[in-house]
Each structure stands twice: as C-alpha cells, then as structure tokens.
Design a binder for this molecule. Structure first.
Ligand SMILES: [Zn+2]
Length: 472
C-alpha cells in the first residue's frame, strides 16, 4: 500500500467523527474524505485488505432484506465488513476503512450509469461476488431526467460485466437476471437460485419480452410477476437451478420451506451440497426469493462449508419480522382492523404488497393509494392494475410525490372506474400534516381491511405512519 493511500486512510479514519458534509453523510464520511485525498482509484488498494474479498448485492427489489439476511448468516461463520442502503462508492470505502473482517457484504443500489458508476464500483471494489435479486421497471426518472429501462438494465449488468474471477449469484426465475448470469458463464462461476415447487403459482403473472432477442417469452409457469419458468424461440430459457425451493407448507403462523443446494463455494473452491428444512414466519412470497438469494450467497462465500446446514437453520428458525427494513410493507392489527401499509414505489413492489395483504383480507377493503409523480405514467399504469386486482370497495387517492396536479390527473383516471373515489391534495412539503392525515384516514376508516401503499419516502413517511398506528 502506497504512502498516499496510507495517509488518506489515516486521515479518513481520524476525521470520520467530525463530519462537515451535513446530515446523511455520516455513514459515508470516512469514504468521502478518503476519495477526496486518494481518488476513487485508491479504493482498489483498500479492497485488498480483505483476505477473502467483497460481495455486492443489487437489484430492483429485495436488496436490503437479502443483504440483512446474508449479513446474519455470514456473521455466524466469520468476521465481515458491511453496509446497506448505500448507493455510493463512499459508503463501501467507509466500511473498508472503519471495520474489520476478511469478507465484505455491500448493498449497492444503482439507478443509472451516470450517477451509479457501476463499472467504476466493479473496478475499484474488485468483488469476488455479485448477487442479483430481481430486475423490474421502477422510477423512470433520475435527477429529473428520464431513465429508459434499457439503460437501467445495462447499469445493473455493468456491475458484474468486467469480472474475471469469483461467482455471480443470480435469480434464474427472473429472465433479466438469468441472462446476466448466462452471459458471464464463460468468465466466472454462476450459481442460480429459484423455485421448483408445485405449491406456488401466480395467477396474474406477467409475460415479458426476452432480454436476449426482444420476442415475447413463453411461460409454462409464473411464480411472481415476471418470475417463472420460461423459454424463447432464440434458445434462451430458464437455467438449471443450483439452489431450489422444492417444497413449501403454508401454515397460519409458520411456513415450512424445503431447500436443496448443489453449488460452487468460492472460498474453499469446491462444490458443496446441502438439504434444508426451515420454519419461518408467514413472510410473503417475495421473501421466499430473498431467503433463497441470501442462502445461495451465503453457501457460495462462507469459509466454513461444514456449517451451512446448521447456520441456515439457526438464523431462519429464529427469524421474526423485524428483519424487514423500516418503511417497507407490513400488516398491523389496530384493534381488530387490519391495516397493511408501506412503500410500493414500483409495479413489482406494490403487487407484492397486495399479495401479502390478501393473506389477511376477509371482507370489504379500502385502498388508500399514494400516486407517483410527473413523467411516471408507466408506474401509475402498473399501480392501477394492482389497485383493480384487489377489488376495493372504496378508493382514496393522495399525492405520493411532489406534483399535486399530476396526482389529480391520476385520480381522474381512477374515478372513471371508482366513481366515489376521494382525493386529498396533501402537500409533499408539509410532511407533518400529511403524516397526520394519512394516519387518521387509516385509523378512522369504515373498513376492517385497509391497504395504504404506493409512492412515498420510506423512513420519513411510511415508517412514521406505521409507528403512529402501532404506538398511539
Ligand atoms: Zn429470445
């Protein structure tokens, strides 16, 4: 390690607590300081401190939950450095500087190529693993500029494109993440996870275009939205699974999952097999994928392969719902009234919320929908399909983002289908008023089943409304 890097590292470590970059930068401050002195390329030197290497997790949905689960699993076997909910190289650099451990686990959200710099992150973090959850259309605007889906997909792909060693862990049931794996099989190992069980079938599955040739894919089965078993006339099809859910029993209070694994472990450089039965809370279909992603990544990178079965059982059999990140969708029972609430910023997320809510609904339902912004008509279309699929008896519309005028336009479209829908033009700038009103709407609803979801700030809005409903 060069003198310049060592000095930068020292200053960053010492200066860390004295953040002058304003609130929110605290977690990343050491990294900001380091890259200011040593440059972004200096991070490559820091990455060499990790004896095993770094694993980066990305995708549209499920990143934070999968990262949380992977951290729980790997921490049982070895010391790790980690960061989650990070979208900058500085958060990863901070973890390199401030933490100890032979293995790194980093969540990395990428909206587009310019702001996400995925190729730079790949180059300087030099990961031994990239884990993909799932890729679907989300907010189409980044910093006021339209971000086409192709660019978004390309950015996710760039994070692993230049890898020449290590393992890609990817969702085989999602055609987009599967193709990223298939295209890299010539360079690195790829471990695929997915579902191979009769017990799961999505009735409103979504057929998407082949990411390889653009033709419509043929699905023999849908598991969750565009995830399923698919083939294409170009030869592209779902890859064989290394880790698969083979059976599931849905109980009232617990679900029993049977999982089989046969994959390449990077750290010991050999193939390992495992068979697992785990008992988890009824955590929703999407968390089956998050569980599979975390177990596959864990088994791929743990240095203690002999621990795989016992560690996975220990972590999952003791799981409670607190592993769900703040602001994400949850169903709370407020005196016999079930209110499902939380963020659903994209079509995929809101559908997952709806499916989760449906586990509880047993009577007429009210839908309190928070809209997207201007230039987000595609998100609205996906959202509205989900609103209709829930067959609500009453709909309330609230702006979920800045534009009240645009929210009113979305409301007018909804009103054609639901004539007694109501509109509350709550301003984004008066967050307190908005939180108060949304809490009141849920609490005083005439319905025993209320779902409140759509766009909105995760922690500043959803988490606070949730806490208010639970606490007072
Ligand atoms: Zn094709």
């Amino acid at each position: 390690m060069s003198i310049k890097i060592n000095i930068a590292k020292f200053i960053a470590k010492v200066g860390g607590p004295f953040s002058r970059f304003g609130p929110g930068s605290g977690k990343s401050f050491a990294g900001i300081l380091f890259t200011k002195i040593a440059g972004v390329d200096g991070v490559l030197e820091l990455s060499k401190d990790l004896d095993i290497g770094s694993v980066i997790l990305t995708g549209t949905n499920g990143k934070t939950t999968t990262t949380t689960l992977l951290i729980k699993l790997l921490s049982n076997d070895t010391q790790i450095r980690s960061s989650y909910e990070s979208n900058t190289i500085n958060a990863i650099a901070s973890a390199f500087i401030q933490q100890n451990g032979e293995l790194g686990v980093f969540e990395y959200g990428i909206r587009n190529i310019k702001y996400g710099v995925p190729d730079t992150v790949q180059r300087v973090v030099d990961p031994i693993g990239v884990v993909y959850t799932t890729i679907s259309q989300e907010h189409t605007q980044v910093a006021g500029i339209k971000n086409p889906f192709e660019d978004y997909y390309k950015a996710k792909r760039l994070l692993s494109q230049a890898m020449t060693r290590g393992v890609i862990v990817t969702n085989a049931d999602d055609p987009r993440t599967a193709l990223i794996g298939i295209d890299k099989e010539k360079d690195v190992r790829v471990n695929y996870y997915g579902i191979e069980s009769e017990g799961i079938e999505d009735i409103n599955g979504e057929d998407i275009a082949c990411p390889n040739c653009g033709e419509k894919l043929t699905y023999s089965k849908h598991f969750l939205n565009h995830r399923g078993i698919y083939t294409c006339s170009c030869g592209f099809k779902r890859p064989d699974l290394n880790v698969k859910l083979t059976d599931i029993e849905f109980g009232q209070d617990t679900w029993k999952l049977t999982i089989e694994g046969d994959l390449f472990n990077y750290t010991v450089s050999k193939n390992v097999k495992f068979d697992l039965d785990i008992t988890v809370p009824p955590f929703g279909f999407h968390n089956i994928y998050n569980a599979l992603a975390s177990i596959t990544a864990y088994a791929t990178f743990t240095p203690k392969v002999e621990n795989i079965e016992t560690t996975v059982k220990k972590i999952f059999n003791n799981l409670d719902m607190s592993f769900i990140p703040p602001g994400r969708f949850e169903v709370v029972d407020i005196g016999g009234k079930y209110v499902g609430l939380g963020q659903g910023d994209n079509g995929d997320a809101i559908k997952i919320n709806a499916m989760f809510m449906n586990q509880y609904v047993d009577g007429p339902l009210e839908f309190i929908y928070t809209t997207p912004d201007e230039d987000e008509e595609e998100i609205f279309e996906d959202h509205f399909e989900v609103v209709k699929s829930m067959n609500p008896e009453h709909v309330i519309v609230v702006p979920g983002r800045k534009s009240i005028d645009k929210a009113r336009e979305y409301y007018e479209i909804i009103k054609k289908e639901y004539p007694d829908a109501e509109f509350y033009p709550l301003s984004y700038d008066e967050m307190e008023v908005r939180i108060e009103k949304l809490t009141e709407l849920a609490r005083n609803s005439n319905y025993d089943y209320v779902i409140m979801t759509g766009c909105g700030e995760e922690q500043a809005m959803w988490e606070r409304i949730k806490r208010k409903l639970i606490d007072d």
